[in-house]
Design a binder for this molecule. Structure first.
Ligand code: SF4
Length: 170
């Protein structure tokens, strides 16, 4: 019997905002529709999480970016911080949210994740550079970095076809 309420089927962790939940910093969702998502949902394979809400942030909240053009990896290593547009250091809360997302993923037997790109938590191919000017650079958010360190394969929300192929090959 696995811990928690999740079955033994390998599941997929999904950013809650992709499912239409208005949990982003500005109170919006980032809904994504894809036939595979509908199928996986019907099969009970999807596990939704918002790391930032899990950590105690509210909606709406101040936008935050990883400072200095760094990545989630550097944040986990203690070499970078995450700040709001008002200059508040929110690094500890973001790490707490990443740990909660990882705990849920492990509890629910998630081997894969589909996360919202660009986020300082959920980004996986690009993130904002900390200047709050709209500039992005290649890199991952802190939740993505922690999931990957623990063997969970993370796909960004425009790479659902790639996850389908990965599951077919598994
Ligand atoms: S932390 Fe992730 S799930 Fe939550 S709003 Fe941001 S991108 Fe969406």
């Amino acid at each position: 019997m696995p811990a928690g309420n999740c079955s033994l089927m390998r599941k997929i962790l999904v950013s809650a905002c992709l499912s239409g939940q208005p949990v982003r910093y500005n109170g919006t969702a980032k809904s994504v529709r894809h036939p595979a998502l509908d199928r996986w949902r019907a099969e009970g394979r999807l596990v939704f999480v918002c790391p930032e809400l899990s950590a105690g942030f509210s909606v709406p909240r101040s936008p935050a970016e990883i400072a200095g053009g760094c990545s989630g990896e550097a944040v986990l290593d203690g070499a970078a911080c995450i700040v709001t547009d008002g200059g508040e250091d929110v690094t500890d809360l973001f790490i707490a949210g990443a740990r909660k997302a990882l705990a849920l993923a492990l509890d629910c037997n998630c081997a894969f994740a589909i996360l919202t790109d660009g986020s300082p938590s959920c980004g996986s191919s690009y993130i904002y550079d900390g200047s709050f000017s709209g500039r992005v650079h290649p890199g991952a958010g802190v939740t993505t970095a922690l999931l990957r360190r623990n063997g969970i394969e993370v796909f960004h929300h425009t790479a659902i076809d790639a996850l389908q192929r990965r599951l077919s090959a598994a």
